[in-house]
Write a protein that binds this ligand. Structure first.
Ligand SMILES: Nc1nc2c(ncn2[C@@H]2O[C@H](COP(=O)(O)OP(=O)(O)O)[C@@H](O)[C@H]2O)c(=O)[nH]1
Ligand SMILES: [Mg+2]
Length: 360
């Protein structure tokens, strides 16, 4: 699962990428369209609390992959290398400039909603181009030989075309699971879930400012459409935070009226937007978060740990993380009856702790 960071030039994409992945990103090489890739740790208080119960030798957080693609725009999207690169991501974070800084030029006044709409329009145009090409091809093929599948694809693409022509991204189009499968191969840009990230001014009331930013910049309605969300960060402050030790960071956050870093919220939101949840495995050797898709069955979840566990799955000893914390230990939880056995079809819940019982 990979999230692509997009946005207009000089809005804070690379800054965000660096803070997310703690990567030391140098100047791009000879190819300015090359994307930077990096992993970010998904902060998780639940896992931190569980590990205080076990004192494990190793504590492993879930990770999420980010890709810092070069600045977006109609021109960039015309380059097939750029567009193809962007197509491979599963979701998008669109960094929107909301900070004032006269020395850093922008396309005009600071207006995040305008920028959000413009970039979405570019994505729509790109998808429309793809669809038109494919429809031409399909029309020819259908003249030679009609098959039910080709006709279905033709109808679906026609519907998608009409939708796009009304300047609406495909992420807002209703589609059956079969239809989604049918067009998955196109990896349409406007179909990807999107998180709008407002990059706001530094201020002493940052906590409040971050809270209010989506309202202040009129992004509430726009970002509450299907498969979209909004959050706010302050790149400047996050960059300073990234350099600090934990206790120092705590004080620093408090001085801005913040209880948690905007980054934590941003990572959590992109995780949610990807449709991902975590379950935990615990023990004295290792406490660890595993990433699965929401709605996964226990047997499939076991496969996230190891394919053998999926193959030889018998049952999963399961307890929700807060019940385990509440009981204080697994034996206590067992006698309370909160630690229970679940079968292969159990739908794993976000925050479950599991021991997979397996044969072989
Ligand atoms: N004032 C201010 N400047 C920022 C902020 N975030 C990024 N910048 C500056 O904006 C410029 C462009 O940032 P960069 O991350 O390279 O943007 P990109 O072109 O979108 O990758 C750099 O000079 C950053 O220091 C912010 O939150 N506040
Ligand atoms: Mg950059």
């Amino acid at each position: 699962m990979k999230t692509g960071i997009i946005g207009l030039p000089q809005v804070g994409k690379t800054s965000l990428f660096k803070i997310l992945t703690k990567a030391h990103v140098g100047e791009r090489g000879h190819n300015p369209r090359e994307a930077h890739l990096g992993m970010a740790k998904v902060p998780d208080e639940r896992l931190d609390k569980l590990s205080s119960l076990y004192n494990p030798k190793k504590l492993v957080h879930a990770t999420i992959e980010y890709s810092d693609v070069a600045a977006i725009g109609q021109e960039a999207l015309k380059e097939s290398a750029y567009a193809n690169n962007l197509r491979t991501v599963d979701a998008l974070i669109h960094v929107l400039r909301a900070f004032d800084e006269p020395s850093i030029p922008h396309v005009g006044e600071v207006d995040p909603l305008r920028d959000a709409k413009n970039v979405d329009f570019d994505l729509v145009v790109n998808d429309l181009g793809q669809i038109e090409k494919r429809l031409e091809r399909l029309e020819k093929d259908l003249k030679k030989m009609k098959t039910a599948e080709l006709e279905r694809e033709f109808d679906l693409l026609k519907r998608a075309k009409t939708h796009l022509e009304s300047e609406r991204p495909l992420r807002e189009m209703e589609m059956s699971a079969e239809d989604k499968k049918r067009i998955r191969g196109f990896m349409f840009l406007s179909q990807k879930s999107i998180l709008y990230a407002l990059n706001v001014n530094e201020s002493t009331t940052l906590g409040e400012d971050l809270e209010k930013a989506p309202t202040k910049y009129n992004l509430i309605e726009y970002s509450s459409r299907p498969n979209a969300a909004v959050t706010a960060i302050c790149g400047r402050v996050e960059a300073e935070l990234a350099e600090m030790a934990d206790d120092e960071a705590g004080e620093f956050l408090a001085s801005y009226g913040l209880t948690e870093s905007g980054l934590v919220r941003l990572i959590r939101k992109s995780y949610e937007l990807l449709g991902l949840i975590s379950f935990f495995t615990v023990g004295e050797d290792e406490c660890r978060a595993w990433t699965i898709e929401r709605g996964s069955r226990a047997q499939a979840a076991a496969g996230a740990i190891h394919s053998d566990l999926e193959k030889h799955f018998i049952r999963a000893e399961t307890i929700h993380w807060d019940q385990l914390l509440d009981a204080g230990s697994e034996p206590n939880a067992r006698s309370r009856g909160t630690l229970r056995l679940e079968g292969k079809d159990y739908i794993v819940q976000d925050g479950d702790v599991m021991h997979i019982r397996h044969s072989g």
